[in-house]
Design a protein around this ligand. Structure first.
Ligand code: G3P
Ligand code: CA
Length: 262
């Protein structure tokens, strides 16, 4: 419901900072996640990739070229090589930053003063076979967050465009929430989420605009909806009206301001 340019908070979607507060700080850096938490984000989203020496790092692209002062393919570089690069100064904020590991992000999330959901997206798990999921589950178990979510503890949710990746997680950690991402209604409205046992679906906002019925159909099957990447007020309104549970945005503060109690 619109109210003077603001959005009703009834049935409010929770706000997930996509790659951190990535409009204001370089994506996937500690500064981006700390700002998102300070701005009141309910959840954090990150993409994870395996390095050549099998460390999980928070990097979106296949290469480091766009988001660092170096060049190279992430999966062919060691963590030590990544640590030599600056992942911050490419961004307009000018903040210099080291590569962030998943372990460092888990530590930040779990040490935060209130419960926060961490949405971890596995990128291209095919290259390393099931090793991405094995390493991810080992880390989540080590940090004690491989189980079901609760209201009063920070927890992890694994999200992926790969149905095989979601299936592998469900097989080894059936209590861990998972979201099958997709940018077509064909994937998310069909049986794919059921087949892999995902607990939620994750349509792009463009898909949701075209197929708003996806939310109700998911709910009828007992699934929540996570929508990405929602940066415009009309889309925040749409998500609120439809009953989307989580919205991922590059602007967590602005979206929270739109989601006000009436
Ligand atoms: O949160 C899901 C969304 O991040 C998927 O797209 O390319 O930004 O990882 P991408
Ligand atoms: Ca992502």
């Amino acid at each position: 419901m619109t109210n003077g340019g603001q959005v009703s908070r009834s049935g409010t979607p929770a706000v997930v900072a996509h790659r951190g507060a990535s409009a204001d700080r370089p994506e996937h850096t500690l500064a981006a996640y700390e700002l998102a938490l300070a701005q009141g984000a309910d959840g954090l989203e990150c993409d994870v990739r395996l390095t050549a020496d099998h460390e999980l790092v928070c990097i979106h692209d296949r290469t480091v070229d766009r988001t660092s002062d170096g060049t190279g393919i992430v999966s062919e570089m060691t963590l030590a090589q990544l640590r030599e690069l600056d992942f911050g100064t490419w961004h307009a904020s000018g903040t210099s930053a080291q590569v962030l590991t998943l372990r460092e992000l888990l530590t930040l999330t779990l040490d935060w003063r209130r419960p926060v959901r961490l949405f971890i997206e596995t990128k291209h798990p095919v290259r390393f076979g099931s090793l991405v999921e094995q390493k991810l589950l080992a880390a989540l178990q080590e940090f004690g967050v491989a189980g079901p979510p609760s209201a009063d503890h920070s927890r992890a949710v694994v999200i992926s465009f790969s149905s095989a990746g979601v299936w592998r997680i469900r097989r080894h950690a059936p209590m861990l929430p998972t979201i099958l991402l997709g940018d077509t209604a064909r994937v998310l409205g069909g049986s794919a989420a059921t087949a892999v046992g995902a607990t939620g679906i994750g349509p792009s906002v463009e898909t949701l605009r075209l197929h708003p019925d996806l939310v109700d159909r998911a709910a009828a099957a007992g699934r929540v909806t996570y929508c990405w990447t929602v940066d415009e007020q009309p889309d925040v309104q749409l998500c609120a009206d439809l009953g989307v549970r989580w919205i991922a945005t590059n602007h967590p503060q602005k979206v929270r301001e739109w989601l006000v109690t009436v």
